[in-house]
Design a protein around this ligand. Structure first.
Ligand SMILES: *Cc1c(COP(=O)(O)O)cnc(C)c1O
Length: 221
């Protein structure tokens, strides 16, 4: 039997504690699928391309919280500054400064997460823990009044090795615990369709789940 989006959401909610937020990752998926999830009560959606998110924002209900989960192109931040509710993948002070500038134009504060590199595999994205600490304690950062860093985001290595994924999540949890009080953090975004259970065991407060809700993505279409 093919499960509907609604069935999959119901199933997921049985597995995750109510204290963990669920971001439904709708990238590449049509408006109809998002509407179906919305009708089932889902309000937080994640996209990884600004243009695509903007198009969907314009036609869908206005009480949706839009999260940008992809790598950011600085010159496109302006297109989402009026409505984005959380930006997950911030990995430089320069990007924070651009978000701050655009948020100021709209007289709002934009919540952000710093993306911390935890995967052992080679990846271009994410800050090292040292770089993350350097940003949080810098004077330039403290001047930014229209952004708020509310936590960290991390992605584990793409592997079947559960021990490795567990170690990577655990290292981010420790890093988060170390900084949470001093920097008023309350979001630890980690876990996707394949590893959200492990992420939750390691203290994740926000999971980003796409294919387990909407089915596999077809990147060719
Ligand atoms: C696509 C994506 C997800 C969701 O991936 P699934 O495996 O489909 O759940 C989560 N986080 C980020 C950053 C993504 O780009």
């Amino acid at each position: 039997m093919v499960q509907s989006i609604k069935d999959k959401l119901t199933q997921l909610h049985k597995e995750i504690p109510s204290s963990v937020s669920l971001v439904a990752v709708s990238k590449t998926k049509p408006i109809a699928d998002i509407q179906e999830a919305y009708d089932a009560g889902q309000r937080i959606f994640g996209e990884n391309k600004i243009q695509e998110m903007l198009g969907k924002y314009e036609v869908l209900p206005k009480d949706i919280e839009w999260h940008m989960i992809g790598h950011l192109q600085r010159n496109k931040v302006k297109y989402m500054a009026s409505f984005v509710s959380l930006i997950h993948g911030v990995d430089s002070l320069k990007t924070l400064q651009e978000i701050n500038k655009q948020a100021k134009k709209h007289q709002r504060t934009i919540n952000c997460l710093l993306q911390v590199r935890i995967a052992k595999e080679e990846t271009k994205f994410g800050l090292t823990k040292e770089e993350t600490e350097a940003i949080l304690t810098s004077d330039a950062f403290k001047e930014l009044k229209n952004i708020k860093v509310i936590g960290f985001m991390g992605m584990a290595t793409f592997t079947e090795e559960l021990d490795q994924i567990n170690d990577e999540f655990s290292s981010l949890q420790q890093f988060y615990e170390k900084h949470k009080q001093q920097h008023h953090l309350n979001v630890l975004s980690m876990g996707m369709s394949g590893d959200y259970q492990l992420a939750i065991q390691n203290g994740s407060t926000m999971i980003r789940v796409g294919s387990a809700i909407f089915g596999e993505r077809n990147y060719i279409a």
